[in-house]
Ligand binder design. Structure first.
Ligand SMILES: [Zn+2]
Ligand SMILES: [Zn+2]
Ligand SMILES: [Zn+2]
Ligand SMILES: [Zn+2]
Length: 324
């Protein structure tokens, strides 16, 4: 009966990158960006700090260690802090405990304006360099910014790149890892009447050199309890569009089929769920598919992930409506 589960092969340790160094976004701006003078700090035992690095340190809020942006504040003794921290310290300088007042540090703001710094995700691979004040805007959308942990069951605050998150899901959340682009999964739940505490399951698939998260969960849709299953791509939205997937559930000659594009894990699990972008099975239907005495939910979900054919010349197939 279980003989068709051939695709469920556990991932061996060798296939999952356990690159622990990407666990945290390391301190940014480690590299000066000289104009070809050839000297790059670092490597030696006592790396030479470039002027840009030292100025950057001045722009780091001593309280929260974030980069400071205007308005930058200072106390009467010249200790600086960011505006977010200023509103939290009850008018006391956190460094010298003197009354803070309302002094703006225009000089530092001007210095910041003249700086160019690498994207803070430099060490994750982003090669871009930006004027200080437009850096933040870029970083909000930088393709190299870390991803949030895609685990759905709890609020997990872990962030990182994909190899790190894969290892995190496997080691910390004990998520099942499978190799292959097809799957055959059985979801069994002993008391299908209870959907209040939204049940969920996550399985990670590795194929085409990518990782995909298969979610299965039970929740209340309006007044109706439903089961939903969908796939998320562990990567960016633009990459996700290169893949498609299908899901199929059924028994006794009936079946439901869903075909879709995996959503990027940039979109939260909740967002995907709320947009109903997946296979939704009403509970009555789910129990019907389960057969038996309706006391137990037994759903067999089969599916497939495939890579879409790349269109080499996208312009060629767009008709020109303006031709006359
Ligand atoms: Zn601060
Ligand atoms: Zn002070
Ligand atoms: Zn970047
Ligand atoms: Zn997590």
């Amino acid at each position: 009966m279980e003989s068709d589960n051939i695709e469920c092969i556990s991932v061996s340790d060798a296939t999952v990158v356990d690159d622990e160094e990407v666990a945290h976004v390391p301190h940014p701006f480690l590299k000066p960006h000289g104009d070809g003078s050839g000297t790059v700090a670092g490597g030696g035992r006592s790396p030479v700090m470039s002027p840009a690095t030292r100025v950057h340190e001045l722009l780091e809020c001593p309280v929260c260690t974030n980069s400071m942006y205007p308005p930058i504040h200072q106390c009467h003794n010249g200790h600086t802090l960011c505006s977010a921290c200023k509103s939290r310290v009850h008018n006391r300088c956190p460094t010298c405990r003197q009354e803070l007042g309302d002094i703006r540090c225009l000089a530092l703001e001007k210095v910041a304006e003249s700086l160019e710094l690498p994207c803070r995700y430099f060490s994750l691979g982003c090669p871009e360099i930006f004027p200080y004040y437009s850096k933040l805007q870029h970083e909000a959308w930088c393709n190299f910014r870390p991803y949030n942990c895609p685990y759905a069951g709890s609020e997990c605050s872990v962030v990182g790149d994909i190899p790190f998150l894969v290892a995190h899901l496997r080691d910390d959340h004990k998520v099942d890892m499978h190799i292959g682009s097809t799957f055959n999964h059985r979801y069994v739940k002993s008391n299908p009447r209870e959907v209040e505490n939204a049940t969920w399951m996550l399985t990670v698939f590795h194929c085409y050199g990518q990782y995909f998260c298969l979610h299965f969960e039970a929740f209340q849709l309006g007044v109706a309890p439903v089961y939903m299953t969908f796939l998320r791509f562990m990567g960016d939205e633009t990459e996700a569009r290169h893949y498609s997937y299908s899901l199929e559930v059924g028994s006794s000659g009936r079946k439901l089929i869903w075909e879709g594009t995996p959503r990027s894990i940039r979109d939260s699990h909740r967002k995907v769920r709320d947009s109903h972008d997946g296979l939704i099975i009403q509970r009555n239907m789910a129990l019907f598919f389960s057969g038996g005495d309706r006391k137990e939910l037994k759903l067999r979900v089969t599916g497939r992930i495939w890579k879409e054919q790349q269109n080499t010349d996208p312009a060629a197939c767009i008709p020109n409506p303006c031709s006359s």
